[in-house]
Design a protein around this ligand. Structure first.
Ligand code: PEP
Length: 244
């Protein structure tokens, strides 16, 4: 039985005050969150300390948006997996399409981050997805880099986020059947019972139908994670599907 996960990717949004407001509001909206769903917030790294204090003793877990691809300390501007761990991060987003596009992150670097996160006891949420064209070919080669480095067992206890680039931040989600089809293919590829979440314009209105698909284990949420009520509704959609 795979436990659904809903993770909020705040990207480079909010400031100290609005981050605290959002978490305060979320804690009260999610007070009834049961153990059937993992809910994670991923603030910018400079707010991890603040966020970890805010969510202490709550049922919300914390994740980071990136981790250094090296353990070498001569890495100006980078944040190590150990540092993330120290601030209470249980998850880290790796290989988000915005970083692949803006910073030229390669599959090889992403595989290195994946390994480093795992070694530090942090669950990687690896993002894969096509900009257009043959989605399965793109996703397969993105995942292959991790398999080449770490073997298939690397995905045990990891999370794969299928995020078609054309659906991110556009308001135009993939349809539930498109999502199911790709997730089923990914599951066949990686062969383990890995959690596969969907990301790309998930909102309260479409969350339940997407999460109800057989191979969908929750979502990675961008824009809608910045609004407490929307994020809470999405988490409750995951909870209601898990309870069936
Ligand atoms: C994301 O950035 O990972 C994402 C899924 O964004 P949005 O929900 O805004 O499409």
């Amino acid at each position: 039985m795979r436990k659904p996960l809903v993770a909020g990717n705040w990207k480079m949004n909010l400031d100290r005050r609005t981050a605290v407001d959002l978490l305060t509001h979320l804690k009260s909206l999610l007070h009834d969150l049961n153990d059937e769903v993992d809910v994670v917030v991923c603030p910018p790294s400079v707010y991890l300390d603040l966020a970890s204090l805010e969510i202490k003793l709550s049922n919300i877990k914390m994740g980071a948006q990136n981790v250094a691809a090296t353990t070498n300390q001569a890495a100006t501007g980078e944040v190590s997996a150990e540092m993330l761990r120290e601030f209470g991060c249980e998850y880290v987003i790796i290989g988000h399409s915005e970083r692949r596009a803006m910073l030229g992150e390669t599959d090889k670097q992403i595989a290195a981050k994946f390994a480093i996160a795992r070694d530090a006891g942090i669950t990687p949420i690896i993002c894969v997805g096509e900009e257009g064209g043959d989605g399965l070919a793109v996703v397969s080669s993105q995942l292959r880099a991790v398999v080449d480095k770490l073997g298939m067992q690397a995905f045990e206890n990891a999370v794969i986020a299928y995020e078609p680039v054309w659906a991110i931040g556009t308001g135009k989600s993939a349809s539930p059947s498109q999502v199911q089809e790709m997730h089923e293919h990914i599951r066949e590829l990686v062969t383990t019972d890995v959690r596969i979440v969907y990301g790309g314009s998930v909102k309260p209105e479409n969350a339940e139908e997407i999460f109800a698909q057989h191979d969908v284990d929750g979502g990675l949420i961008g824009g809608a994670s910045l609004k407490a009520q929307d994020f809470s509704d999405i988490c409750h959609a995951a909870m209601s599907v898990a309870g069936r």
